[in-house]
Ligand binder design. Structure first.
Ligand code: SF4
Length: 295
């Protein structure tokens, strides 16, 4: 693996941000090999050359250790916003595992975004952190179909393995759920798939599903996505161009209908979908555990 220099690893989240109640962010790798056809992180604005090739960050754990030791607020550290931190190189390099050890050592909470069931390797550390602070795991699952997930997210485990990973995490008391983002217009925005995904989520014990019910497209990300549409979905690129032009946020055409179905299904199974409720639930859940153990 190629390594790049990094001056800092830990960044403070902007004041007022309510995204999953995260206080800090870290990205231990640059680039991601999973090749999701809709990936926003490959956009020009992030200036990442050769996005599909993963690069490590030199001395990442040493820098992180120094940074964490100086922070007074033991908030929640988000991992994996710009690239999946559980890429295949993590098996050997264990940067994420090392970061979790530090997060536990210094008493912070953690929020992880992933599509990979490699996260189960670190269950011991997630449980350790969960006993002291807040933990939330967000699995991105965009379709209930393994066949479709192989096309739109070709280099990572299929949807059914991600549901299984959520089940495992929940069995170990970890607050876990689903980012149903993006919902791809004319591909995954149908009633049947939405209902099926929520049902599978419920069966896996997912505590939440969050969605913005659409896809965002910009600059070269759009070009990459359109090329993949041409390769896999005959005539769909033209349909997108006609319907959305150069729009950034492309809400699914039947947004209201799809969102209502989604909310109704979540309510039916008792799954959270509102950001404030999700934050309240995962932070409260750990607090009440602490109170129980104190009592
Ligand atoms: S896992 Fe995330 S960062 Fe990696 S290619 Fe897919 S969308 Fe992009």
């Amino acid at each position: 693996m190629e390594f790049i220099k990094a001056k800092t690893i830990l960044t403070k989240v902007k004041e007022g941000s309510t995204w999953y109640g995260i206080d800090y962010n870290i990205n231990l790798y640059r680039g991601c090999p999973h090749k999701c056809i809709y990936c926003d992180s490959r956009s020009n604005c992030y200036h990442i050359d050769n996005f599909d090739v993963v690069k490590g960050k030199e001395n990442a754990l040493q820098i992180l250790s120094e940074e964490l030791s100086k922070k007074r607020i033991k908030g929640v550290v988000g991992i994996g916003a710009m690239s999946d931190t559980y890429n295949p190189l993590e098996v050997k390099y264990e940067q994420t595992r090392g970061a979790l050890k530090l997060i536990s050592k210094y008493g912070f909470g953690v929020s992880i975004d992933t599509k990979s069931d490699l996260i189960l390797r670190d269950l011991d550390l997630l449980e350790e952190i969960n006993s002291k602070n807040n933990v939330i795991v967000k699995f991105t699952i965009t379709t209930p179909s393994d066949e479709l997930s192989k096309i739109i997210e070709p280099n990572v485990c299929v949807s059914s393995r991600r549901f299984q990973a959520i089940r495992e995490l929940r069995n170990h008391g970890i607050f876990a759920g689903i980012m149903m983002n993006p919902v791809l217009p004319f591909i995954t925005d149908n009633e049947e798939d939405i209902k099926k995904l929520v049902k599978l989520a419920s069966e896996a014990g997912a505590r939440f599903i969050h969605t913005y019910m659409g896809v965002t497209l910009r600059e070269n990300q759009r070009d990459y996505y359109f090329d993949e549409l041409d390769r896999n979905f005959n005539g769909l690129k033209q349909r997108y161009i006609k319907y959305y032009g150069n729009k950034y946020y492309c809400a699914v055409p039947n947004y209201k209908h799809c969102y209502k179905i989604f909310v109704d299904e979540c309510n039916k199974y008792g799954i959270l979908y509102n950001m404030k409720d999700i934050i309240r639930a995962y932070k409260k859940e750990v607090k009440s555990n602490e109170q129980i153990s104190l009592f």
